[in-house]
Design a protein around this ligand. Structure first.
Ligand code: PLP
Ligand code: COI
Length: 347
């Protein structure tokens, strides 16, 4: 077992040991291999560096209360990666290949898998990228599919607490009919600069509106949006947000807990009406918002409008119940009635 303080883990590119790899060349996948050389050696002309020919996934492995080791909904991630790959013109790893490689990565790095009882997990990061040196804007005929892992605690630090977000009206995340609903690397590059400014201003998150009209809420930079009002879980219907697996789970959990669930366009002004608002995703799980500011120009004063939900640091009752239920299922403390936990056999 690695010498890690499991209670102090954040969410970072923690260097583990074994990388699981498959290479695609001239229309065929290679054998799956494992290597402890934790690096890629690539020609500087390799297209991923220049043209961002890459998509990735994020899922978690947990040690459950009874000792079982599970991946949380890995087939959902497999399907989403296949969709991203099709969008980019990259070859699609099959369901079996995707899940097998994730299982291999967890097993090979078992010393980094947090034991039960620490609110921590092993984050699994599959990456599919163009590995051919080329200048032409055509899909590569050499591709690497790699799965790495990193032990992870909470994305935002220990204990769930609320943070603020800002809507930067001078930045958009995704073009209409663009790549917003795919988990492609390029979607993230354009958020780094506004994130940096938002962090300097004390905000944890960016909330993006639909880029064509700025009338509707799309999603946060790292996660989907949900709002709670009148015992209803509301989440945006938009073709430029990433279809979040966590959000899909929370919609089912909300229904199980007796809430109404609405997936529909959410107008910006509706923020006024929500009792609780949060982000949801694999890394963040649930990220409750204390307030959200709207700024015409992120870099400049004034703040155009502030929507308030709960005092700084506090978390609303529905968000708390949703968080406890999803993490309880992941940790094997609450019955997995939907069959979301995929056991890694012969661990
Ligand atoms: N939205 C964005 C932009 C993300 O990067 C993520 C993280 O994967 C999500 C939403 C949440 O998706 P999931 O719940 O499948 O992790
Ligand atoms: C995840 O939640 O798995 C993510 O990929 C979020 C990351 C981009 C911060």
């Amino acid at each position: 077992m690695a010498n890690i303080d499991w209670d102090k883990l954040g969410f970072d590119a923690y260097r583990t040991k074994t990388l699981v790899l498959a290479r695609w060349k001239n229309g065929q996948w290679s054998e799956i291999t494992e290597t402890d050389e934790f690096q890629f050696v690539l020609d500087p002309f390799t297209c991923v560096f220049h043209y961002s020919f890459a998509c990735f996934e994020g899922l978690k492995a947990f040690t459950q209360k009874d000792g079982k080791v599970v991946l949380f909904r890995p087939y959902e991630n497999a399907h989403r990666m296949q969709r991203s790959a099709r969008f980019l013109g990259l070859p699609e790893p099959s369901d079996e290949m995707f899940v097998q490689m994730c299982e291999m990565a967890v097993k090979a790095n078992r010393e980094f898998l947090p034991p039960y009882g620490h609110d921590a997990s092993l984050y699994v990061r599959p990456l599919l990228m163009g590995a051919q040196p080329k200048m032409q804007l055509t899909p590569p005929n050499e591709v690497i599919f790699a799965v790495m892992v990193a032990p992870a605690g909470s994305y935002y630090g220990a204990n769930m607490k609320s943070f603020s977000a800002v809507i930067p009206l001078n930045y958009d995340r995704a073009a209409p009919k663009g790549s917003g609903s795919y988990k492609v690397a390029a979607n993230y590059a354009s958020t780094f600069r506004p994130y940096q400014i938002a962090h300097e201003q004390g905000h944890m998150e960016l909330l993006y509106l639909n880029s064509s009209t700025h009338e509707f809420i799309d999603e946060f930079g790292s996660s989907n949006f949900f709002g709670i009002k009148n015992n209803t879980y509301v989440t945006p219907l938009s073709d430029s947000v990433l279809p979040s697996i966590t959000n899909k789970c929370l919609q089912e959990i909300a229904a199980d807990l007796g809430l109404k669930v609405e997936k529909r366009p959410v107008r910006l002004e509706e923020l006024e009406e929500f009792e609780e608002v949060g982000g949801c995703g694999t890394a963040v799980v649930i990220n409750p918002m204390s307030h959200i500011e709207v700024k015409e120009v992120l870099e400049e004063e004034p703040v155009k409008k502030v929507y308030r939900f709960c005092p700084d640091g506090e978390v609303g009752p529905v968000s708390t119940r949703l968080y406890k239920t999803i993490t309880g299922i992941q940790k094997g403390e609450i019955e997995d009635i939907h069959g979301w936990c995929h056991e890694i056999k012969d661990f």
